[in-house]
Design a protein around this ligand. Structure first.
Ligand code: GCU
Length: 680
C-alpha cells in the first residue's frame, strides 16, 4: 500500500502497444529541480507502465515524442506558439499534435509546476487506460490554496490520527530527511495539493523557535520542487511563551514587533513560506478575545507580519466559547459575520463544512455565503474522527460533493458552496481579495499504507481532486482512484465504486440517521454513546444534541426553537424551518419531532429510525459480500486486510444499531417494527 495511487503496474499487452507507439521519446528540460522531478516521474511511471522508459532526447526526431515544458524552459514548446493564456501559474494543457511532421504528445504550461501537474495527469490517463491518440485537454485549478492540515504534535502524536505516528520525524530533522517526505510530496503533487500545514492547530509555540524552524526549513526544501509550500499553525500566545512578553494583545506595539521579527526570521530561512494557520479562542486555545480584541484584530496583526513576504493567514472559524450557548451551531456565524469586510487582503477565514464538528452528515455551514467580503476557505476532515476511524470503509467523496453542491441562495438560486469557496460567487464584491482555498485535515501517518487502511487513501485522493476542481463528480473520482490503486477490470471497478458510493450513507444510517448528530463516545468519538450526559458542559454531552423525550426526538433549531435556521439565506431558512420540506436527512438536525409523526416513507418517525439503523447494517453486510467476491482481482495481502476491516465494520455497525435503538426505545416506549431483530 505504500505506493498509494502512484502504482505503475504494467499495462496489459494490447493497450500497452498503443501507448508505447505514442511515447517513444521524451523531450523534457532538466535545468531546475522541478523540471528534473517531472522528468523523473515520467521516466519512472512510463517505465513501470510500459515496461521500458522512453528514450530521452533534446529534440523530437521521430513519431511518438512526448514534449514537456514551458515556453521558457523548452525552445520546442516556445516554437509551437500554443495558447497558454488563461492557464495561470499552475494550469497545463495536453495535446496530441504533429510536430516537425511527427506525431507528438505535448504537455505545456506557464510554469515548471504546471508542467509537473501535466506529467502526473498524463500518467493518470495511462493508469486509467484512457486513449491518448487525440488529446486536447486544458485544466487549471479553480481554488488557489489547496492545503493539507496536519494535526501533528511535536512528540509525533497525531490528534485524531489513526494511521500511526506523525510522519514528521522531528528528532532526526533537519539532518536526516526520511525518503517518505519525498514520497509524500510526490503523492500530493500528483493531485495538485500545493500547501501543507505541518503542525496541530492546537499548537505548541515551540515550533516557532529557531531549533524547530531549522527542521521546518529542511522539510520546505523537500517540498519545494513539488510546488508545495509549508505553513505553520501559530499559537496566539507565542510572544508570551517563547518571546518573554507579558501580553499577546494584538494591539500592543511590542507584540506586533515580535510577530514581524518572527516572520522575518522565518522568511530568511524559507523564502516561500506560506503563512500561518490559527485556532484562536476555541476549546481553550488562546486568542485575541483574551485581550478584549476581535478575531479580525488578531488575524490582521499576523497578516501584517507576513504581508511584506507575500504570506497569508488562515484564521479558523471553528470556535466555541467558554460559556455554554443556547445552540453551539450558531456561534461561528454570530462571532464572525459582524467582522465581514474587516479582514486584511491576505486573510482567509477557514470554515468547517458544517457548524457542529465534522459529523457524519451536516447541513452546510451557514457562514458560506454570509461573508461576501471575506474569502472563506473550506475545511474538510479527511481523517475519519467521527466516521469509524481507519477501519470503517467510508468514502467521503459523496459527503463533500453534497456540501459543495449545496445552494446557499446568498445571491439567488445557484449560489453553491463551491462558488463561495472558489471565489466566483463574490468576485465582484468591492474590496474582496482574490484568495481562495480549501483545507483538508490529513489522515496521513507513519503506517506503511499511510492512511491506516487502503480505502482511506481514497479520501486523501478525493480531497486533492476536489480542491483542484470542486465541481468534479465523487463517483468519477472514486473510479479513477480504484483504477489507479487496484485494477482497471470493469468486473472489479464497477462493484467497488458502487460499494464506495454507498458507504457514506451506510455510515450515516448506522450512526446518526435522519439528522441526529454527536452521539459518539465522549472524547474518543468512536462508538455509540447517545446516553452521555453530565460532565463539564452541556454541549459536551450527547443528550444536548438529540434531546430525546417520551414525546419525541431532535434539536429544535426552527424560528421558535434556537432559531439557527435564520442564519441561512431566507429561501434556505424557510425550507429548513418547515418539517414538511426540510430534507429528511436533516430532519432531526432542525426539528424536534414526535415519535409517531409520519415521514415521507409513510412510516412513523420511530419506525423510520429503526429502519435506517438496520439499513446501514445491511449495507455493510452487502459491501462485505461484494468484496469477498472480488478476491481474484486483488493481491491476497490487500484483499485480506480490507476483508477483515469490513468484518470489524459490520460488527460495529450492528453495535451502533443495537445500542442506539435500545437506548432510544427507553424514550419512545414503542415496539420494534415487524421483522426487525431485537437489539442483541
Ligand atoms: C474537534 C476535534 C479536536 C480538534 C477540533 C478542531 O473538536 O475533536 O480534536 O482540535 O475539532 O478542529 O480544532
Amino acid at each position: 500500500g505504500h505506493d498509494l495511487w502512484l502504482r505503475h503496474a504494467p499495462v496489459e499487452s494490447g493497450a500497452a502497444g498503443d501507448y508505447r507507439a505514442r511515447l517513444v521519446q521524451l523531450v523534457a528540460p532538466e535545468a531546475t529541480a522541478t523540471q528534473r522531478v517531472a522528468r523523473d516521474e515520467l521516466l519512472r511511471g512510463l517505465g513501470g507502465l510500459l515496461g521500458a522508459s522512453p528514450a530521452v532526447s533534446n529534440a523530437p526526431d521521430r513519431d511518438g515524442a512526448l514534449i514537456l515544458g514551458t515556453p521558457a524552459s523548452s525552445p520546442r514548446i516556445a516554437k509551437l506558439g500554443l495558447d497558454l493564456d488563461g492557464l495561470g501559474a499552475e494550469g497545463y494543457l495536453i495535446r496530441s499534435l504533429s510536430v516537425d511532421g511527427h506525431t507528438a504528445t505535448v504537455v505545456a504550461a506557464n510554469s515548471d509546476v504546471g508542467a509537473l501537474y501535466g506529467a502526473f495527469h498524463l500518467l493518470r490517463l495511462l493508469q486509467t487506460r484512457q486513449p491518448i491518440d487525440a488529446l486536447d485537454l486544458r485544466t487549471s485549478p479553480k481554488v488557489a490554496l489547496r492545503v493539507l492540515n496536519h494535526w501533528d504534535n511535536l512528540d509525533r502524536h497525531v490528534e485524531r490520527g489513526y494511521a500511526g505516528q506523525s510522519i514528521w520525524d522531528w528528532h532526526r530533522l533537519p539532518d536526516w530527511l526520511d525518503p517518505r517526505y519525498t514520497d509524500y510530496a510526490r503523492a500530493n503533487a500528483s493531485i495538485g495539493i500545493n500547501g501543507t500545514v505541518l503542525n496541530n492547530v492546537n499548537a505548541n509555540a515551540q515550533i516557532l523557535t529557531p531549533a524547530y524552524l531549522e527542521k521546518v526549513e529542511a522539510l520546505a526544501g523537500v517540498m519545494r520542487p513539488y510546488g508545495i509550500r509549508v505553513y505553520l499553525s501559530a499559537r496566539f500566545s507565542a510572544p508570551m511563551e517563547i518571546g518573554g512578553l507579558k501580553t499577546a494583545d494584538p494591539k500592543d506595539a511590542a507584540v506586533q514587533r515580535w510577530w514581524r521579527a518572527k516572520a522575518d526570521e522565518i522568511y530568511a530561512k524559507i523564502p516561500d513560506f506560506g503563512g500561518f494557520l490559527v485556532k484562536a479562542n476555541s476549546e481553550g486555545q488562546p486568542g485575541p478575545q483574551d485581550f478584549g480584541r476581535s478575531h479580525a484584530d488578531g488575524a490582521n496583526m499576523l497578516a501584517d507580519a507576513v504581508a511584506p513576504h507575500g504570506g497569508i493567514v488562515m484564521w479558523r472559524a471553528f470556535v466555541y466559547s467558554d460559556e455554554e450557548p443556547d445552540d453551539r451551531a450558531k456561534q461561528a456565524y454570530t462571532e464572525f459575520v459582524p467582522h465581514d469586510g474587516e479582514f486584511r487582503d491576505n486573510v482567509l477565514v477557514q470554515v468547517k463544512n458544517g457548524a457542529i464538528d465534522f459529523q457524519p452528515r451536516e447541513p452546510f455551514h451557514p457562514l458560506f455565503g454570509a461573508m461576501p467580503k471575506t474569502p472563506l476557505m473550506m475545511e474538510f476532515q479527511i481523517t475519519k474522527e467521527y466516521l469509524g476511524f481507519a477501519t470503517h470503509l467510508v468514502y467521503l467523496g459523496p459527503m463533500w460533493e453534497e456540501v459543495l453542491r449545496a445552494d446557499t441562495y446568498a445571491k439567488g438560486e445557484g449560489s453553491t458552496v463551491a462558488k463561495v469557496v472558489d471565489g466566483s460567487l463574490e468576485a465582484d464584491e468591492p474590496g474582496r481579495s482574490r484568495l481562495s482555498g480549501m483545507a483538508g485535515v490529513a489522515n496521513i501517518g507513519s503506517d506503511r499504507d499511510w492512511s491506516g487502511s487502503h480505502f482511506d487513501q481514497a479520501n486523501w485522493y478525493a480531497y486533492g481532486r476536489l480542491a483542484w476542481d470542486p465541481y468534479l463528480d465523487a463517483r468519477d473520482i472514486a473510479a479513477e482512484w480504484v483504477r489507479m490503486t487496484f485494477s482497471n477490470d470493469p468486473a472489479f471497478v464497477d462493484p467497488v465504486v458502487g460499494m464506495m458510493m454507498a458507504s457514506h450513507q451506510a455510515a450515516v444510517d448506522y450512526m446518526t440517521p435522519l439528522g441526529l448528530h454527536h452521539l459518539m463516545g465522549r472524547g474518543h468519538h468512536y462508538g455509540p454513546a447517545p446516553w452521555v450526559e453530565g460532565g463539564p458542559r452541556a454541549d459536551w454531552t450527547s443528550v444536548y444534541f438529540h434531546r430525546a423525550t417520551k414525546e419525541g426526538i431532535g434539536f429544535d433549531r426552527t424560528k421558535t426553537g434556537s432559531d439557527a435556521v435564520s442564519q441561512y439565506a431566507p429561501p434556505v431558512a424557510e425550507v429548513f424551518n418547515d418539517p414538511a420540506r426540510v430534507p429528511e436527512d436533516f430532519l432531526l438536525w432542525f426539528h424536534h419531532r414526535g415519535w409517531t409523526d409520519r415521514v415521507s416513507s409513510g412510516r412513523t418517525l420511530w419506525d423510520e429510525l429503526v429502519h435506517r439503523y438496520s439499513r446501514g447494517v445491511a449495507e455493510v453486510q452487502e459491501m462485505r459480500a461484494t468484496w469477498d467476491g472480488l478476491a481474484d482481482h486483488v493481491d491476497p495481502e490487500r484483499h485480506h486486510q480490507v476483508a477483515r476491516f469490513l468484518a470489524i465494520q459490520q460488527k460495529e455497525a450492528q453495535w451502533w444499531r443495537d445500542a442506539s435503538i435500545a437506548y432510544f426505545q427507553t424514550f419512545s416506549g414503542l415496539p420494534l417494527p415487524e421483522g426487525e431483530a431485537a437489539p442483541l
